[in-house]
Design a protein. Sequence first.
Length: 131
Amino acid sequence: MGDETVQLSEQFEVWANLILAWVGFGTLTGLFAKAIMPGRDPGGPIATLAMGIGGSVIGCGTLSLCFEGYHVSPLSMTGFVVATGGAFVILFFYKLLSGQVVDESQPPPPRRMRLYSTRRRSARREPVDHY
């Protein structure tokens, strides 16, 4: 019973280290892809993390698909480069589908006028006569 518990705790420790490494790596690649992409980027920290992890899966999978028999670890320099490229592709398609990519051949849409101000107004002041 004691040997199985030690083996189970070692296996849990390996999985915990792997998950923490992927979270850190995904955050770094997502941040790097957002730094490369021009313009304002959508999403918060969770979206950056998911984009980085998804980018590493897409980048490393594409590299393995293009070069048969070539296995790249996502936690290497080559893995960082292809993961950043994959996260960049994910961010580009996200911007494309959300309509943030500008079509310069069309005039900009007309701006809507606001009927009411969204700011709270302080107590109204009487106009001061400076004469």
